[in-house]
Design a protein around this ligand. Structure first.
Ligand code: C5P
Length: 324
């Protein structure tokens, strides 16, 4: 096969708790990242990534989205570079790689768009070069690119701790409907969100390594995990949580407004910002309810910059759509 078409789904955070970081104390997180406890959920909104062998010995990226760079600053490009570095013999044998990205996932939205594209490139090159990497090998490679990349490989529903790269799968949730709402021109920088959180709430971080581990472990027995195990959508929606809302909502009134508008609509089981934002999502028991509320939100916020998507939870990460 000389070409693979991959489907790369977005994710939302059903839960995001910031536990600590590396700024002092006993715990030695030398990378400046935060220790997190998250619950990540793959959703139907997805990009399409084509990965193809080419006769020249370079990496080429094309993208339909004008805001997405096609150079080394694109995480998908860096994923291909990583594979070239890790597997020089396969690179010499198969030649260069052309990546064509058809983006549907909004950029810089808190939906792991860049991370899932990178995961798709890892999976695609593994197939192109017949490397036979295992899921955990792909996840380990992904972890060197970004905190959400490992989750994006297999996707579904999972607890993520550490930087976000330590994964424990949960039973799949495949029947929850979602509205995603994002202002097209509004982007939130993830480093800014974490830095601001550290400035404002760093004093409450856990610094002792035993307590850090205990707190991270606590998510496994938390109420939202119980609700997921029980497949109780209403209870899941009641227990949504995201610490980053504490810094993003006050700084971005439009995001706060979306949260408030969703909270006041009938049929919304729960609403929360995803990741570092600015996407806000709302959960529903049926597609019909989601479509109805989408129309109501359109009427409540008369702004063409506002994008609304109806999607649902899905049970997988990167999938091969076709190969030629
Ligand atoms: O890993 P990724 O590149 O997605 O992270 C983007 C930024 O988010 C990091 O540069 C860091 O500022 C912040 N971050 C963090 N702790 C994490 C994950 C991300 O501080 N566990």
């Amino acid at each position: 096969m000389r070409s693979y078409r991959l489907i790369a789904p977005a994710k939302i955070n059903l839960y995001l708790e910031i536990i600590g970081d590396a700024s002092g104390g006993l715990r030695q997180r030398s990378d400046g990242y935060h220790e997190l406890a998250m619950i990540l959920q793959s959703i139907g909104l997805a990009d399409q990534i084509d990965v193809r062998s080419i006769s020249t010995d370079n990496i080429r990226v094309h993208c339909n989205h004008p805001q997405v760079p096609t150079d080394k600053s694109n995480l998908a490009y860096r994923a291909a570079e990583l594979m070239v570095r890790q597997f020089p013999e396969a690179f010499a044998k198969y030649g260069g790689v052309e990546i064509t990205m058809n983006k549907q996932i909004p950029v810089a939205a808190g939906l792991a768009g860049g991370s899932t594209n990178a995961a798709a490139v890892l999976v695609g090159i593994d197939l192109l070069w017949k490397l036979g990497l295992t899921q955990s090998e792909l996840e380990e490679l992904g972890g060197t690119l970004g905190s959400d990349v490992p989750f994006c490989v297999a996707g579904g529903t999972a607890i993520a701790t550490g930087r976000g790269e330590q994964l424990s799968p949960l039973p799949s949730l495949d029947n929850i409907y979602i509205i995603l709402a994002k202002y097209r021109s509004l982007e939130v920088s993830t480093p800014w969100a974490y830095k601001t959180y550290r400035q404002q709430f760093g004093h409450s971080y856990i610094r002792d390594s035993d307590n850090l581990a205990a707190r991270a472990n606590a998510v496994h027995s938390g109420k939202i995990v119980k609700a997921i195990l029980d497949k109780n959508t209403r209870e899941i929606a009641q227990k949504l949580h995201n610490d980053l809302e504490r810094v993003v909502l006050p700084a971005y009134p439009q995001v706060l407004q979306l949260r408030e508008v969703f909270a006041n609509q009938e049929g919304v089981l729960g609403t929360m910002m995803s990741g570092s934002g600015p996407t806000v999502f709302a959960l529903f028991e049926s597609q019909q309810q989601a479509e109805k509320v989408k129309l109501q939100v359109r009427e409540a916020i008369l702004d063409e910059d506002l994008e609304l998507f109806v999607t649902r939870t899905i049970t997988h990460g990167i999938q091969v759509a076709s190969s030629v």
